[in-house]
Design a protein around this ligand. Structure first.
Ligand code: PRP
Length: 209
């Protein structure tokens, strides 16, 4: 049995559809209930719905053999897992954004609000820029409006949230998408099953292109 951690939510639905099309269906998952674990013994898969930001933890610790996590989470937490495949889903970018009129004064320490403190710290370290990081847990866009920070480092998908709050992208840090990841020891001991699923899913990624 291959244990698969899927990110709960809209991205997870798309990811499951891809696994289904690849031949790893689990019809009970579509029943309208609040169960979180589903299995198809015949196909040898067991799916769990977990919080998107927790997928990498389940996989790193071996509670799941494989899973699907955003590149943002992989960059931020650097879990000790194998990254096997870019699913080309959940595409967005990690960016620095600020009020339209903001101009950076390089003489001053930049106040940066973000959920992604490591990504922000690494990015500004690579520029040699001194920053003061303010860790927030959501609704990051409010921070520069209320002058809690100068800029934010956050995920931009359609750009609507920024636009509606009079913010704009000032620089792009890295493109983000969903990645198939594997636990390192599962990859050794269930390697054939994992390879098989990866090959089938690769075909779905190509078909979606
Ligand atoms: C993310 C991100 C932005 C928004 C960007 O928030 O933090 O707020 O999506 O999407 P857009 O460019 O399409 O407007 P999410 O909904 O994940 O919630 P959060 O506030 O908890 O981060």
């Amino acid at each position: 049995m291959l244990n698969v951690a899927l990110p709960k939510g809209r991205l997870g639905e798309k990811v499951y559809a891809m696994f289904e099309a690849a031949g790893y269906e689990c019809p009970s998952i579509k029943e309208n209930n609040r169960k979180l674990i589903f299995e198809n013994e015949e196909r040898g898969v067991r799916y769990f719905w977990v919080k998107p930001s927790d997928v990498a933890i389940y996989v790193e610790r071996g509670a799941a053999d494989i899973g699907v996590a955003g590149k943002d989470i992989l960059l931020e937490y650097a879990p000790d897992v194998y990254e096997l495949l870019d699913l080309n889903l959940g595409k967005c970018r990690m960016a620095v954004a600020a009020p339209n009129e903001f101009h950076d004064d390089e003489q001053k320490t930049l106040k940066v609000a973000t959920k992604f403190t490591n990504i922000a710290a690494n990015y500004y370290a690579s520029l040699g820029r001194e920053i003061d990081i303010i860790k927030l847990n959501g609704s990051i866009e409010i921070a520069p409006i209320l002058k809690l920070s100068d800029v934010i480092v956050d995920i931009v998908e359609t750009g609507t949230t920024l636009k509606e709050n009079n913010l704009e992208v000032k620089s792009e840090i890295v493109p983000i998408s969903a990645r198939l990841i594997a636990n390192k020891s599962s990859f050794k001991f269930k390697g054939d099953d994992i390879e098989k699923i990866v090959e089938s899913i690769k075909k779905q990624v190509q078909a979606n292109d």
